[in-house]
Design a protein around this ligand. Structure first.
Ligand SMILES: *[C@@H]1O[C@H](CO)[C@@H](O)[C@H](O)[C@H]1NC(C)=O
Ligand SMILES: *[C@@H]1O[C@H](CO)[C@@H](O)[C@H](O)[C@H]1NC(C)=O
Length: 241
C-alpha cells in the first residue's frame, strides 16, 4: 500500500484509540462516582446515573455491569413503561410549556437535546407536537438518542432554534460544552439548561459565565424527578453577556 495512505490510516486509528480511551474513562469515572454516591449527590449525577436512576432497575451503574444485556427495544419499552419515566417526561413537558409561553419554542422549532440519557426530553417534546427534535449523548440509546460527543457536536453552526440540556454537571469541560450549544444554535435562538438548584446569584453567574455570546432571559426554580433544580435560559444573540 502507498506509504502516505498507510500513514494516514495509522493516524486515523490512533485518533479512534484516543477517543475510545476517553469514552472508557468517562464510563469508568461515572461508574465509580455512582458506586459511592448512588443517589443523594446531585452534583455528581451525570447522564449515565440519571438514566439508570430513572429506570425501574438497576439502581446504580454498579448493578448494571452485572446484568445481562437487554436488546435496545426491550430496554427502551421497559424504561418507557415505568412510572419514573412518565413522571420525568411530565415534569419536562411543563418546563417546555414555559419556553412555549416565552416564545422560545414552537411546534416548528428545531431542537437539540444534549446529554439526553434515554431521551425523556425528546419524548416530552415530540408528545407536545414538536417534530424536529434531535437527542444525543455519549452513549446511544435507541430509538430517541443517538451517539455524539457533546464537546464536539457533529452539527453545522446555527442550525437549531433551541438547545436544551440537563447534563451540564456531567460535562468534563463545561465551557466547551456550552460553546458547542452556542455554536449550533442560531442567532435569536435560545439555550436552556437545567442545573442543580442555584441558591445564590453567584451560582447563576457561574453558569452564565460559561456563555460567550448569549444573554440571560430567565432563571426559575423547577422540580425534576424530585430534585430541586434551576432552569437557566439564555438567548443566543451574538452579544457577550
Ligand atoms: C402542536 O402540535 C400538537 C400536536 O399536533 C397540537 O395539538 C398543538 O395544537 C400544536 N400547537 C400549536 C401551538 O400549534
Ligand atoms: C431558587 O431557590 C433558592 C433556594 O433554594 C433561592 O435562594 C433562589 O432565590 C430561588 N431562585 C429563584 C429564581 O426563584
Amino acid at each position: 500500500m502507498d506509504k502516505h495512505i498507510q500513514r494516514l490510516l495509522n493516524r486515523i486509528s490512533l485518533v479512534f484509540a484516543v477517543a475510545g480511551t476517553l469514552a472508557l474513562f468517562h464510563v469508568f469515572f461515572s461508574t465509580s462516582v455512582s458506586c459511592s454516591y448512588p443517589r443523594h449527590h446531585p452534583r455528581l449525577h451525570d447522564t449515565l446515573t440519571l438514566t439508570l436512576a430513572h429506570s425501574p432497575f438497576p439502581r446504580s451503574s454498579c448493578d448494571a455491569s452485572s446484568r445481562p444485556a437487554l436488546s435496545p427495544e426491550r430496554r427502551f419499552s421497559r424504561i418507557q413503561s415505568s412510572r419514573s419515566w412518565r413522571n420525568r417526561v411530565a415534569a419536562l413537558s411543563s418546563l417546555f410549556l414555559r419556553l412555549r409561553t416565552a416564545h422560545l419554542l414552537s411546534n416548528s422549532s428545531r431542537i437539540l437535546c444534549v446529554f439526553s440519557g434515554a431521551g425523556h426530553e425528546v419524548a416530552a417534546l415530540r408528545q407536545s407536537g414538536v417534530i424536529d427534535v434531535t437527542g444525543v449523548d455519549l452513549i446511544d440509546f435507541p430509538p430517541l438518542v443517538s451517539r455524539a460527543d457533546p464537546h464536539n457536536l457533529p452539527f453545522f453552526d446555527n442550525v437549531f432554534d433551541l438547545g436544551f440540556s440537563s447534563g451540564l454537571a456531567g460535562a468534563l469541560f463545561p465551557a466547551r460544552f456550552v460553546g458547542e450549544l452556542e455554536r449550533t444554535v442560531r442567532k435569536g435562538g435560545a439555550v436552556a439548561l437545567v442545573v442543580e438548584r442555584c441558591g445564590s446569584e453567584d451560582e447563576v453567574a457561574s453558569v452564565k459565565g460559561l456563555f460567550r455570546k448569549s444573554n440571560l432571559v430567565e432563571v426559575s426554580n423547577v422540580t425534576l424527578s424530585g430534585s430541586e433544580m434551576t432552569l437557566i435560559v439564555m438567548r443566543v444573540n451574538g452579544v457577550p453577556p
